[in-house]
Design a protein around this ligand. Sequence first.
Ligand code: WQD
Length: 338
Amino acid sequence: MKRILVTGGLGFIGSHTVVELQNTGFNVVIIDDLSNSKIEVLDNITEITGKRPDFHQIDLRIKKDVQAFFDNHHIDGIIHFAAFKAVGESVQKPLEYYENNIGSLVYLLQEMRNRNIDHFIFSSSCTVYGQADELPITENAPTKPATSPYGNTKQIGEEIIRGTCKANGLNAIALRYFNPIGAHESVKIGELPLGVPQNLIPYITQTAAGIREQLSIFGDDYDTPDGTAIRDYIHVVDLANAHIAALQRLIDKKNLNNFEYFNVGTGKGSSVLEIVKTFESATNQKLNYKIVDRREGDITAAYADTTIANKELNWKTEKTLEEALQSAWLWQKKQQTS
Ligand code: WQD
């Protein structure tokens, strides 16, 4: 049974990927520094799958600790989620983002090279495209100068991986996420935003739960049918399964290059107002919202062309937007009772 290291494995996407890895028969070890996750998630994963992942609280910025981990653990592949990921925060704290997101990546890749660990899946982002000139966005779309240090760490990260694979014959896949939302059907794991949510869906669910008074919709003067910005909202379990498909592609040596990247979305764009209306109808909850000015740095529209990902990964999304929003709402209500 292959042993897969999942860094950031107690986080939102990481925990859902651990569950799918275990359900697929992989042995999972998690590294997480708990800076943006809770140790209770480990128990919740165990309750879902019946298998407790091995867990190590390690700060991947500390090179000697990373080396010590690999001295003591045989690893067959790595799925690397651990990173700071708040776009706005990254503008305020660029050096923390570069140190954490780039430093930890370099230390992991050094261990891969030194120990000939050959399968690496990287958590990347559609933010590498900025505002694409053509929609839907294909993998051939040019990357644009990053509009935030966060986005820049993803662009730099991909280039570091590309160069490392070329120089050392390693194999890696970057998955460029669109907008992950929702929660596991068990309602035992989901998104746990710390403080005031930056992202749309947790802000919506907290507004519906009465934690936030009103949702502010950032701008209705975009060049879109209803004036609000468009994104590609993908159920986090579908996204988790894309990681399994990518890992299996490397294990089966089906990759065409030693560094590949795929757009992971639903292929469908939804505006903010469409999300609000779909949430209301899917959950029977009325949302209190107002239109305010645009948020600095937001783009008009981004949604994926999933043709290549569907074909090459033999993967496609299976869950609907309604299911994702319903699961997010059930998860939110669970937070009120626990
Ligand atoms: C979505 C839409 C907002 C909050 C995220 C991640 C980024 C990357 C891509 C992974 C926008 C609007 C939001 C609110 C609103 N993912 N909005 N009111 O900006 O697309 O970026 O997905 O790497 O890391 O941050 O997602 O959820 O913040 O915003 O009107 O209170 O909702 O303007 O149009 P975004 P988001």
